[in-house]
Ligand binder design. Sequence first.
Ligand code: BES
Ligand code: MN
Ligand code: ZN
Length: 506
Amino acid sequence: MNIEILAGTPSSVETPLLVLPWCQASETEAERPAAELDPLDEVLGLTLTRAVVGGDYRARRGETLLLYRVKDSGPDRVLLVGVGQRGDLKAERLREAGGHGARRAAELGVTEMFVWASPEWLGGVVDLEHASRALVEGVVLGDWRFEELRSEPAEDDHRPALQALSLLVPKAPAKKLAGSGAALGQVVAEAQNYARELAIRPANIVTPRYLADEARRLGEELGLKVTVLDREEMKKDGMNALLAVAAGSDEEPRFIAVEYSPAPGQRPLVLVGKGVTFDAGGLSLKTPAGMESMKDDMSGAAAVLGALRAVARLKLKANVVGLIPAVENLPSGHALRPGDVISSRSRKTIEVLNTDAEGRLILADALNYAARYEPVALVDIATLTGACVVALGKEAIGLMGSDQGLVDEIRVAADRSGERVWQFPLWDEYRELMKSEVADIKNAGGRPAATITAGIFLREFVGSVPWAHLDIAGTAWAEKAGPYQLAGPTGVGVRLFTEWVRGRAG
Ligand code: BES
Ligand code: MN
Ligand code: ZN
């Protein structure tokens, strides 16, 4: 998508579609149009004022109204998109507005559109740079769809993709801030779409070897150092917990390290993403319904690759390493058995009571491996527990960690990126639930606090590095569509990570 910033007045742009984010004045009324919009109202035959003043249009969050030009020049169509009350306005409402705009553009079959980004209209509530970023993210995310595996377009989907987006600002000096926000938003949203693409491709395509090849391809494109360990190399390195999970599948496991190093000599941030390309549960087999969606069990890996892509394209001045343990979790005659005691890279022994708690096993070795980079901070992301879906539903990422300073940084980044997190405690009392009769720790602690006990398990393998853990079991896949989200993979984590690294890079 080609994105540019133009200075001008809404009434004079020639475009098939102009999107105007619109605020509510009260529960029952939209804000009156500002005087600067009078000429546009003329172009629309005064229907803008009539819709708003008559109360037909209330500008509630997500409420849209499409108006048409009656004069000879100006935008063909104007779409009002409600963003709720001015006092509650935040970047997320604008991201949603961008998504609604992209959706309607697709329905109308138009391939270019304008969005009005007036700093006056925004009223100083959200600064223009952040607002522009959010609008662009909404449009780019809202325009995404996945068609590569159809031989012909879906019946209801012959829409062309959006080719061009223009942000319209009132005066030339505003172009700079709007431009930098838009550039950032485009890179981040494209990286998030990239993560969605990896997650939606099925497990017969996205295997551990595929993830490794994709990481190499990405590395070549962006100048990243990529190292891939195969089964033999992992064995030499002592990644026994990871290999124990891989044992049940004929797919070869891979351990992938991607390094972005723009700041020589500085200790890196390390991101670890769970890369289970399919999770059948192993011998602790899932139900058919339970494994239907398990091609997305590598969404953490997708988020890490997406974040590295964004960070590298933005040329952020912070060293970042992405680590991806990639395996398939299947039952077979070679598979790990419930009750088996395995060793791990850290040499701690693990009693595997449930082979479906495989994510923590591969992450244990990856987190332990991370120490070799002497990271300033270590964050992992994983579709780890069904219990996280029970606790938070689809609304928030489960967050926990060993270092409250780091956890708070993640919370700030979440707030700024619009990807919500909610913290769970890792009190030492929960460790009791993971005590094994025979080994150092067991891998499943039963139903109580199952998201937390997974975090407790991971903590054992981290060492002394400040560490945080993101459980995206609920947020990686959307059951129903949202303003900038189709039902399907969300690419969650990419915006959050990129924002976090941006904060660290200063
Ligand atoms: N990949 C699943 C977690 C999951 C479940 C993600 C549902 C998304 C939706 C994970 O490997 C798993 O199976 N976890 C088990 C752990 C349990 C056996 C301790 C779970 O949560 O049931
Ligand atoms: Mn599992
Ligand atoms: Zn899993």
